[in-house]
Design a protein around this ligand. Structure first.
Ligand code: ZN
Length: 203
């Protein structure tokens, strides 16, 4: 399986990092080794001093597809979950400056804690799903899929022009505003529609 992640998909977040709002989705890939499942802890890596959380809705692909049209994209997923796209902001800043790929800042071991999934039938309409992240009991990020620059279906249509989507592939759909640093000892809780689906302890 592969993990496809979308950058800068919420205008307010692009603004907070002084990035232009993209016309086409910004895409990067993560290997399977980036995942943390079952609420296992995240171990702060030695190579960074500035790890940031980014809470994101995650789409799980349930059907093989290529060149999927936006109109039919909804047939390629049944479940939506939540994850964190941990980012080594210090490393990313250096890579961005040199115009280099982001993988070292985004795709390292444990960079992608993944929570439980919910069936679409138990959720509001796909373009109106609210989600949030709490850090040590304080609300730090709040988002809604209606504010995505590229909708879930548009992302699937775009991405599948380049990469065949396979059953079990995951798409991290971008983070809303409010990203910030974590430190050892922090606890993160991610929710969809008020339901807690992911907990990450930073160790
Ligand atoms: Zn992200």
């Amino acid at each position: 399986m592969k993990i496809i992640a979308i950058g800068r998909n919420y205008a307010e977040h692009a603004k907070e990092l002084n990035n232009p709002v993209p016309i086409e989705p910004v895409i990067f890939l993560m290997p399977e080794t980036a995942l943390i499942r079952s609420n296992k802890p995240f171990f702060y890596p030695d190579f960074s001093n500035d790890i940031h959380y980014e809470v994101e809705l995650v789409v799980k692909i349930n059907k093989l597809g290529k060149n999927i049209s936006e109109k039919f994209a909804h047939r390629y997923y049944n479940e939506i979950g939540i994850g964190i796209d941990f980012t080594a902001r210090d490393i990313q800043a250096k890579l961005k400056e040199k115009g280099l790929p982001w993988e070292k800042a985004k795709a390292f071991d444990g960079a992608a804690p993944l929570g439980k999934f919910i069936s679409k039938t138990e959720l509001p309409e796909v373009n109106n799903i609210s989600f949030s992240l709490e850090k040590n009991g304080e609300l730090v990020q709040k988002g809604n899929s209606k504010d995505m620059i590229h909708s879930i279906d548009a992302i699937i249509a775009h991405v599948s022009q380049y990469f065949t989507l396979k059953i079990g592939d995951l798409i991290f759909t971008g983070t809303p505003a409010g990203v910030g640093p974590v430190k050892i000892g922090d606890a993160l809780y991610a929710k969809i529609e008020g339901k807690e689906l992911l907990k990450v302890q930073v160790k």
